[in-house]
Ligand binder design. Structure first.
Ligand SMILES: CC[C@H](O)CC(=O)C(=O)O
Ligand code: MN
Length: 345
């Protein structure tokens, strides 16, 4: 019996940019890219964490221009192809044209779960440029399944060849992933992908659920380097999926080697589930808000978790990073008022 193939797309050099405070060096990118190429990963992503054009005060300035990083990565690859992420409103069509000149062969156009319609021209441009073109529906936990299907159909109608369910907050549980992927498999003809975050320790379980429900594209990052508690860990996923009888086409020893000998050497801290990232999964907050929230909590002398719970309650979405400081200031203000009003014993 032939094994079913699963395409593992590695996002270390893009989602990992959040954890690296967007400070990847050319050397780090070169060595990681070489390792991914040697392991025969078909596609890996290189961009600012918030996608092309993300380098800014709002999202964090890149140490090295992403186009240079894409060029470096492409220059050392014989096998692997480079993907870029593009969030319409942050990245532009010009950014995509430049990324293609630098060596990109795939674009993933990412929108909030209810906003696929803003991606039409970027998806069309991706197809015109001959790129593998993918739609990426973020914060998938925030909409009911019917809405997800409606939005995914829009992506497909614009020309997306794959549509992703993106658990940006690491908030989905396995049965919710199964339900979402199954609905998309039933209603769409294109391929379906899944991108997970490990805030509730569900990234691998969710990945398995997604593959079993029919997803054929799955994201991961080496040593889980990514926003929040990180992503599904690529090298572990290769072992798990191969053990389950799927064909990933990736060499297990080589992918373990690049994770340990390259990525683990430059990671600023282990990708663990701490109190804050756990609360992100629990309250459904965008994983990329983590480091901004830590900074705001320090500045206002308050508990990070209080900020995250409030952001979850407000249903804050990507692009609203400025809300983090507003919420922190309000909490600090309210708690100082409470303190002055408290009876002196
Ligand atoms: C800010 C873009 C975001 O990091 C994309 C992504 O990986 C996600 O939504 O999980
Ligand atoms: Mn992500």
């Amino acid at each position: 019996m032939t094994k079913r193939s699963v395409e593992i797309l590695d996002v270390t050099l893009r989602d990992g940019s959040h954890s690296m405070k967007h400070a990847f060096t050319k050397e780090q990118v070169r060595e990681t890219a070489k390792g991914l190429d040697k392991a025969k990963v078909n596609y890996f992503e290189v961009s600012h964490g918030d996608g092309l054009g993300g380098s800014s005060l709002q999202y964090g300035l890149s140490l090295v221009d992403e186009l240079e990083l894409i060029e470096v990565a492409a220059s050392v690859c014989e096998y692997s192809k480079i993907s870029v992420l593009l969030l319409p409103g942050i990245g532009t069509k010009n950014d995509l044209n430049d990324a293609v000149k630098a060596g990109a062969k795939m674009v993933r156009v990412a929108t909030h779960i209810t906003e696929a319609d803003v991606a039409k021209q970027h998806i069309e441009l991706g197809r015109e440029l001959g790129l593998k073109t993918v739609g990426f529906l973020m914060m998938a936990h925030m909409a009911p399944v019917e809405k997800l299907v409606e939005q995914a159909k829009l992506f497909e109608s614009y020309g997306a060849e794959v549509v992703y369910v993106t658990d940006s907050a690491g908030a989905l549980l396995p049965h919710e992933v199964t339900e979402r992927i199954t609905a998309l498999k039933n209603e769409l003809s294109c391929e379906i992908g899944f991108h997970g975050h490990n805030n509730l320790s569900m990234a691998m379980a969710n990945t398995v659920a997604a593959v079993q429900a029919g997803a054929t594209y799955i994201d991961g990052s080496l040593r889980a380097l990514g926003a929040g508690s990180g992503n599904t860990q690529t090298e572990v996923m290769v072992a798990v999926l191969e053990k389950m009888g799927y064909n990933t086409g990736i060499d297990l020893y080589s992918i373990i080697d690049v994770a340990n000998d390259v990525v683990a050497q430059y990671m600023p801290r282990p990708q663990e589930i701490n109190g804050s990232s756990l609360i992100m999964g629990y309250s459904g907050v965008y994983s990329s808000f983590l480091l901004h929230t830590e900074k705001a909590a320090k500045r206002f002398g308050i508990d990070e978790r209080d900020i995250l719970i409030e952001l979850g309650r407000m249903q804050a979405v990507g692009g609203q990073e400025d809300l983090i400081y507003e919420v922190a200031a309000k909490i600090a203000h309210n708690s100082s008022n409470t303190h002055t009003e408290a009876p002196i014993s």
